[in-house]
Design a protein around this ligand. Structure first.
Ligand code: GDP
Length: 256
């Protein structure tokens, strides 16, 4: 049988500070060392400062927040939005640049503010471009500091679904920073839908009722994607992340 293996694009998304850039670097290193694959690194954050990996394609060569602030007289927020729109205008060159990264496994780091990628047109359009080059999967990174209550945890689960809806790709939720003591309770509740629904039953108010109803609906629609727990900083949980991404690829990707 002829095996046509596509390039895989692992698109790392998540709220600012959740650890996307750290995970891009440590997961890439792990895949290179433990799986023996050639890994390519793509930076799509026009506001990135120093990167802990060597980007094979770097959006800052085309669009850079600092230059945009100067050129258009914008503050940081306006400049990030302008950058997202400029990326769209330069799409062909950007996709061609990403295509020149010939590694079999490509990890794509996205802007710190995930709404820029998920809600503006540039993100879904870039994902469509990646789909024309290979097989994109989204990794949605959470940070335990964002999950102080069961309602917060329900909101994080919804965020993974929103990414899936907007970008039309499979999305794998990842809880990062499990080396922090605060992560263990969050992981337990996030891991089991039953535990989350149970915890929501003890919460009061409209948000808790809404969260309960939404989580019940999600149970029917989402494929059972288990939560991956990692510490990007300490390099733990990376094998499980690789395995689940491989499972998603084998279920949906073209291996024939
Ligand atoms: P990004 O904005 O999502 O790209 O987040 P960064 O990768 O820049 O990380 C934000 C902060 O979280 C940095 O100070 C990292 O050192 C820290 N960080 C990232 N991963 C971990 C982790 O696994 N554990 C801990 N304790 N800190 C982490």
């Amino acid at each position: 049988m002829l095996w046509v293996v596509e390039r895989q694009f692992i698109v790392v998304l998540g709220p600012a500070g959740s650890g996307k850039t750290t995970l891009t670097a440590s997961f890439g290193r792990w895949v290179e060392e433990k799986q023996g694959l050639s890994v390519g690194y793509v930076n799509l954050d026009p506001g990135a400062d120093i990167l802990p990996y060597k980007a094979d394609f770097d959006i800052r060569r085309y669009v850079n927040v600092r230059d945009v602030m100067k050129k258009y007289g914008l503050g940081p927020n306006g400049a990030f939005i302008k950058c997202a729109d400029l990326m769209l205008e330069d799409l062909e060159r950007i996709i061609a640049g990403i295509d020149s990264v010939k590694s079999e496994y490509v990890i794509v780091d996205t802007p710190g503010q995930m709404e820029l990628f998920v809600f503006r047109r540039s993100g879904p359009t870039i994902i469509d471009g990646l789909r024309s080059l290979g097989f994109p999967i989204a990794v949605v990174v959470f940070d335990p500091s964002l999950a102080g209550s069961p309602v917060d945890i329900a909101a994080l689960k919804l965020m993974t679904t929103v990414v899936q809806l907007r970008l039309n790709v499979d999305s794998v939720p990842v809880l990062n920073k499990v080396d922090l003591p605060s992560s263990s309770e969050v992981a337990k509740v996030l891991e089991s839908s039953k535990d989350l629904l149970e915890a929501l039953r003890y919460e009061e108010g409209l948000s808790a009722d809404l969260a309960q109803a939404l989580m019940t609906v999600l149970e029917d629609y989402r494929q059972a994607s288990r939560l991956v727990k990692v510490s990007a900083l300490q390099g733990t949980g990376l094998e499980e992340l690789y395995d689940i991404l491989h499972e998603v690829y084998c279920t949906c990707g073209d291996l024939t």
